[in-house]
Design a protein around this ligand. Structure first.
Ligand SMILES: [Zn+2]
Length: 86
């Protein structure tokens, strides 16, 4: 591709809506449905009722979701996937 240059996501507080190729545990992530390698990443807050009750939503964990740019399937990860430089 090379469309997106050498852009890296190091600051997780910034929303990055550009598609990237990602890697987890040394393995490139591909869509289990269509085989596409390009995903858009989003951080999702995992709310638990206990933490919400005590107004401690900030203490909840976040998950990373990767949305397939081709078919739209969403993959969930509890760890931050690594962006593969293209
Ligand atoms: Zn897909």
């Amino acid at each position: 591709m090379g469309l997106f240059g050498k852009k890296q996501i190091f600051d997780s507080t910034k929303e990055d809506t550009a598609p990237h190729v990602f890697r987890m545990e040394g393995k490139t992530i591909s869509c289990s449905h269509c085989g596409n390698l390009h995903f858009v990443q989003k951080a999702i807050l995992l709310n638990t009722t206990g933490m919400t009750f005590f107004s401690l939503d900030w203490a909840n964990r976040t998950a990373a979701t990767l949305s397939c740019t081709q078919c739209g399937q969403i993959l969930w990860f509890l760890q931050q996937p690594e962006v593969v430089a293209e």
